[in-house]
Design a protein around this ligand. Structure first.
Ligand SMILES: *Cc1c(COP(=O)(O)O)cnc(C)c1O
Length: 367
């Protein structure tokens, strides 16, 4: 049968388009966007200044290898810059890894409530996403290993995971790695690593450094506050770095992102400030929202998953409408197979207090 118009490759039209968090509440004067895990504190002032300075030279192509940025990242984390690739957000890198390592008929595993970019990247590369069940909203190493077949080529693990906020200990991550065949690429997405305070956690650097089939991705979109500029990086074995460099766009990271990224990663004080703010308010929100009688999944990241009841008038959808009317925008996470939960990003003190007050009012409504 010959098609009457161009057809995308198999899998592309099976992709459910990614729907970003809402950012507006019609008719409300002051809006607090707590739906996309952005930092409420903004980027380092040095990053803003570096970004602005680039405006004087918009006619020049960026440095296609982002050398200065890779060196700055290398200095900050003690890594060989040659083993780093930068991308237009970690999304870019996750898609490049899928394109480089997956072919038609291959399988890539992610977990039930895993980040939605994984099935998109997998299908976009013509492969099949395989979902491994979670236990208590947490990745389950044994379930992932049980999902491995002869067709498995990649495993995606967000650690910590979004939208659940849970993470695996380094021992569990190592156990997962030990159980995988050596030809399977294990991608550890550590977008929220900077926020984690648990001392049994490791972002992935050590495992990448000691194995041949592990890649860690990181982002400037979260604690560094540069989501608008689209900047991420990966650390991997030399052979994976080589493959990704061959297929990435030659100028996939723009000059403003490079300049701001360097300034951001060198501003340790701003990162510390953002981490302290998060640690304090994450704990406060967990406690106050739990006290209202709502179940909250314990989180190590900069957001919390709040579970609602099935009772009419008390559901996540009802709460979402109630909060939005007050200018408090949370994330409805039905697309993550969590139809009765909302994800709340840690905000400013003002926003956090307003959310707790609003949830209290929501729960005390007569239905
Ligand atoms: C926010 C987030 C990212 C970051 O994506 P960027 O493309 O770098 O903005 C990556 N992984 C997870 C799990 C996230 O929640």
């Amino acid at each position: 049968m010959s098609a009457t118009r161009p057809m995308p490759r198999p899998g592309v039209l099976d992709i459910a388009p990614y729907v970003p968090g809402k950012s507006s509440a019609p008719g409300v004067a002051k809006v607090f966007k707590l739906s996309s895990n952005e930092t409420p504190l903004g980027p380092s002032p040095h990053a803003i200044a570096a970004y602005k300075a680039v405006g004087a030279h918009l006619e020049d192509y960026p440095d296609g290898s982002a050398s200065d940025l890779r060196e700055a990242i290398g200095r900050a984390f003690g890594l060989d810059p040659d083993r780093i690739v930068c991308g237009a957000g970690s999304d870019d890198l996750l898609n490049l890894l899928a394109r480089a390592y997956l072919a038609d008929g291959d399988e890539a595993i992610h977990t039930t409530h895993g980040f939605l970019v994984y099935p998109i990247a997998t299908r976009g590369a013509g492969a099949r996403p395989i979902v491994a069940p979670e236990t208590d909203y947490t990745a389950d190493v044994d379930a992932i290993l049980r999902a491995v077949t002869s067709k498995t080529k990649m495993v995606f693990l967000a650690n910590p995971n979004n939208p659940t906020g849970t993470c695996l200990s380094f021992d569990e991550v190592k156990r997962l790695h030990r159980g995988l065949p050596r030809h399977v690429l294990f991608v550890i997405d550590a977008a929220y690593a900077e926020y984690v305070r648990r001392n049994d956690y490791e972002s992935g650097i050590e495992l990448v450094a000691t194995s041949d089939n592990v890649v860690m991705t990181r982002t400037f979109s979260k604690i560094y506050g540069l989501a608008a500029l689209r900047l991420g990086w990966m650390f991997g074995p030399a052979h994976v770095v080589d493959a990704v460099n061959r297929i990435r766009g030659p100028f996939n990271v723009n000059s403003a992102a490079i300049a701001a990224g360097i300034a951001a990663i060198e501003d340790i004080a701003h990162q510390e400030y953002a981490r302290e703010h998060n640690t304090r308010w994450l704990a406060w929100l967990y406690e106050e929202i739990s006290k209202l009688g709502l179940k909250v999944t314990p989180s190590v990241a900069n957001f919390l998953l709040i579970h609602f009841s099935d009772t009419k008038g008390r559901t996540a959808k009802d709460a979402d409408a109630f909060l939005t009317a007050r200018g408090l925008i949370l994330r409805y996470v039905a697309a993550y197979k969590l139809p009765n939960a909302l994800r709340l990003s840690v905000g400013t003190e003002e926003a956090n207090r307003l959310v707790v007050a609003a949830l209290k009012d929501f729960l005390s409504q007569k239905s």
